[in-house]
Every structure is written in C-alpha cells, then in structure tokens.
Design a protein around this ligand. Structure first.
Ligand SMILES: Cc1cc2nc3c(=O)[nH]c(=O)nc-3n(C[C@H](O)[C@H](O)[C@H](O)COP(=O)(O)OP(=O)(O)OC[C@H]3O[C@@H](n4cnc5c(N)ncnc54)[C@H](O)[C@@H]3O)c2cc1C
Length: 459
C-alpha cells in the first residue's frame, strides 16, 4: 500500500479527515485538483457572510432616524464590497493552502478516480491505500426548467463576483443561500422578486420560524411568491422573464438578472464509484453513522453524502472518518445526530438545533413546545430588534430539551447556549436555574423554559 489513508478532496471535511488521520500516525495523501481552499472559504460561508455585513450595516443606517441619528446620501458600492470580500477570502484561502501543503501530508493536485476498491488513478499513476475518505463536496444542480439554460442565469458563484449592481433581480428558490443573498441585494438597492415552490421560505424548518423572515423581507420591499409552480424562463436582450403558477393564476415577472438558487447536488462526477463498489444513498453517497460507505474501508464525508450541507458537520464527519479509518480495532465513533444545528444568516437570523415540530410529528415523537416573542423582551426592545421568537421543544416527562429554535437578533450566537445544554442532555429546569445576566438577549430563552417546566410539574 502507498498510503494508510487517501483523502479525496481537500475542503473542510477532507482537511479535517486528513488532519485527524495524520495525527493518529497514519501516512496520508490528499488529492484535490483545486482551486484549493474548499467551498466554505472560496464560494460559500465566508464570502457570503463578508458581504452580508455590508448590507446589514446599510439596513441599520437606513433606520438611523429611529435611533435619533441622521444618515444621508446612503449608497452601496458593490465593487468595493466585492473587493473587501476578495481581500479577506484570499487571506482565509492562503491559510488553508498552507495547511494542505504542510509536509505532514502528500498533496497531489489533480482529480482522483477509483480503479478498484483499493486503488485510485491520479495524474496517470495508480495509488493504493488501506482506507479512502471521499470528501469531494457538492456542485450547483442544473434544474430542468424549460428555457432556463437558454435564457442564462447567475449562480451563487457568479453572484459573489458581480461588481455591476443589477437594478432588479429574480431569485429562484428560498433555501438559506437564496434568502441570504436575496436580502443582500434588496438591502443594497436592487429590486428583488423571490419565487419559491414550497408554501413558505426555508422549507426545511417549521413554518412559524420562517414567517418572521418573510415579514421582514416584505417590509424591506422584496416581492415574495411562495407556493408557486415554475413553468418557463425566457429572455430578450434586456431582461429575463419567469412564468409561474401562483394561487391558481398564471403570473409573469421580469427583471434585469436571474439568480438560480435552486440547490446543489453531491459531487461524485468522475470518481468512478462503481469500480470501488461504493453505492449511492438517498441524498448522496450512502453512509452509516460512522461515515462508512457500502465498502467498509471507504468513507464519505461532507456535502458529498448529502446528509447536511453545512460546514461544521462536514468537519465533524471528517474527524469521525479520520479516526475510524485509523482505529479499525476500536469501537467506531459515530455522529451525534441529536445536536444537528443550522443557522441562516438573514435578518432576523434563523437558528436551530435538534428536532423541529415537523420532525417530531413525522417520527411520532412526543414533545412539549413553548415560544416567546422578541417584541415582548426588554433587551430586544432596547436594540430595536423585535422580529421573531424563540421556541423550545422538550421531552414531556423528563423535560430534556430535544429541540431549540430561534428566529431573531443574533440567533446564530444565541443558539450555542441551547447546543451546550443539549450536549450535556440538560432539561428546561437546568436552563431556568442557570444564571442569566440582565439585560441580555440570552435571557429570553428562560421564558419558554419556565412555561415548559410548569407544564411538566402540572402533568
Ligand atoms: C453560497 C453558500 C453559502 C454557504 N454558507 C454556509 C454557512 O454560512 N454555514 C455553513 O455551515 N455552510 C455554508 N455553506 C455550505 C458549506 O460551504 C459546505 O457545506 C461545506 O463547505 C462543504 O465542505 P466539503 O468539505 O464537503 O466540500 P468542499 O469544501 O466543497 O470540498 C470539496 C473539495 O473536493 C475537491 N474535488 C472535487 N472533485 C474531486 C476529485 N474528483 N478528486 C479530488 N478532489 C476533488 C474540490 O476541489 C474541493 O476542494 C454555504 C454554501 C454555499 C454555496
């Protein structure tokens, strides 16, 4: 064998896997054709969060009068926003490239394809290993909507490089990427129309958590159509037009540009998985809780298994696969699905950990739920951030928190309080008895906890 472990793909999941395996004493090769850095750094989490900072500041400045301030001549300079993003991303990417090029690994900058369950072909040579970890991420999915390909459209990759601000934009889709970038453009002055198939945006979560975001987007001037059926896209020299069904009627919307944010698919292109005997699952490469594929010595982590397309989970899965690949004689480590978390960086943000009400109903899990609105909470009133609410789900007998959800200010930060409690299998009583500084946003979580604790006592 040339290596103990070959990691295919050097993004966040792949790097975490390689780092863990090498730290356990394994000879590790990483294969990646580049550009090196991974989706999160180059075209995902970090560039989007960098540009959202500009539109969030713009939105606050537009509200200056509410806080007794004056701000005049507000204007976004998209080119300068993208330049700032590029500077930061270069720094983040250089750091990751340095980690990949560290001599503790062999880095091979090319595409890998399996030729057998124990060999890959890369740069014209065959390399063998005891274990493989596939971490090739995801690619933008081509959704077959009549006329879409011919009319031309922007992807999230394009939108992050655009320096000429369009006057108007149609956004297809309402997942996290669609909604974050739609709000960015609306806030910097583009007239955005968002068209979504599901009855509410962010369809992966409970409806009550998505509605406050919809309200905010509409207040900011965005046009939103939910519950639609896309029919056709067309284009002339000046604009793109989308025809769709909405509430039993046919509608058309035109705009200068069209952003297709309908989703991504696992990237298994060219891997020749059949030669390795690796089978696809429901969402991507099929894996069990220890990240093993249908071939016990081949693992798949991150977006390529399609389980949860978020980066901290790609990293966690990479660490688990890296450890399992190097400790074959020990009990395999597994992902703790209880703590699956998501954050959508809209304003208000939407953050969740654990089970939603939708999940509980689907899996027939008994639960108690209680919510509390931000517009009745002192600190949020001080901040002028009153959209949304918090919601807790607990076991009806023990009071253990099984789900925590926040739509509101700093939800992406506040959720970590719930993740920490759930990590230690804490109850609503634990949350209630923990000291909370006043006045803080965090205090709001104690109100639904109190309601649930009383319900459990009264049962
Ligand atoms: C616009 C956008 C915003 C996002 N924002 C967030 C966010 O805020 N928070 C969050 O948690 N997640 C976010 N995500 C998702 C997150 O970026 C991904 O879940 C995560 O980066 C996936 O990591 P990965 O290691 O699975 O794949 P990647 O980082 O994509 O790494 C895959 C690597 O495999 C390499 N590769 C591909 N094919 C081959 C081959 N045949 N041989 C060898 N190597 C190959 C590629 O070059 C690449 O380097 C966002 C995604 C997008 C698109």
């Amino acid at each position: 064998m040339n290596y103990d472990v070959i990691v295919i793909g050097g993004g966040s999941g792949g790097y975490a896997a390689a780092d863990t395996a090498q730290s356990a004493g394994a000879r590790v090769a990483i294969v990646d054709p580049g550009p090196l850095g991974g989706l999160c750094i180059l075209r995902g989490c970090m560039p989007t969060k960098t540009i959202l900072r500009s539109s969030d500041i713009m939105a606050l400045m537009q509200r200056a009068g509410e806080f007794g301030l004056a701000a005049s001549d507000l204007k976004a300079d998209l080119s300068a926003i993208i330049d700032r993003k590029n500077r930061l991303i270069r720094e983040f990417a250089d750091y990751r490239i340095g980690q990949l090029k560290n001599p503790r690994f062999t880095l091979i900058q090319d595409k890998a394809a399996f030729v057998s369950p124990t060999e890959i072909e890369v740069s014209g040579q065959r390399l063998s290993a005891k274990s493989f970890i596939i971490a090739t991420g995801s690619v933008i999915d081509q959704i077959p909507i009549p006329g879409l390909a011919k009319s031309g459209y922007l992807t999230s990759d394009d939108v992050l490089e655009l320096k000429d601000q369009p006057e108007s934009m149609i956004v297809l889709g309402a997942g996290p990427v669609a909604v974050e970038l739609a709000q960015f453009y609306q806030r910097i002055g583009t007239q955005v129309t968002l068209i979504q198939r599901s009855p509410h945006i962010l369809s992966f979560t409970d409806e009550d958590l998505a509605r406050p975001v919809e309200d905010r987007l509409r207040e900011e001037g965005m046009t939103l159509f939910t519950g639609t059926r896309l029919q056709e896209v067309s284009a002339d020299g000046k604009s793109k037009t989308v025809r769709f069904q909405h509430e039993g009627k046919e509608k058309t919307v035109s705009a200068q540009s069209l952003f297709d944010a309908l989703g991504r698919r696992p990237n298994t292109d060219g891997l020749n998985l059949d030669a390795a005997g690796v089978k696809m699952g429901e969402w991507g490469i099929g894996v069990d809780c220890s990240m093993r594929t249908s071939q016990p010595h081949i693992y798949a982590v991150g977006d390529v298994n399609g389980l949860h397309e978020v980066v901290h989970i790609a990293i966690q899965q990479g660490e688990i696969a890296g450890w399992n690949a190097t400790h074959p004689d020990q009990t395999a480590r597994e992902v703790d699905e209880r703590l699956t978390a998501n954050v959508v960086f809209t304003d208000p943000q939407v953050a969740s950990v654990g089970l939603t009400e939708k999940d509980c109903r689907k899996k027939k899990i008994e639960y108690l739920a209680a919510s509390y609105p931000f517009d009745d909470h002192g600190k949020s009133l001080c901040l002028g951030e009153t959209h949304g609410h918090v919601k807790l789900l607990c076991d009806p007998t023990s009071g253990e928190i099984i789900g925590g959800h926040i739509t509101g200010p700093e939800a992406g930060e506040l959720i970590h309080q719930l993740i920490a409690i759930m990590y230690y299998k804490g109850t609503v009583r634990d949350l209630l008895t923990m000291p909370h500084y006043h006045p803080t946003l965090s205090e709001i979580l104690t109100y639904p906890a109190e309601e649930l604790a009383q319900k459990i006592i009264l049962k």
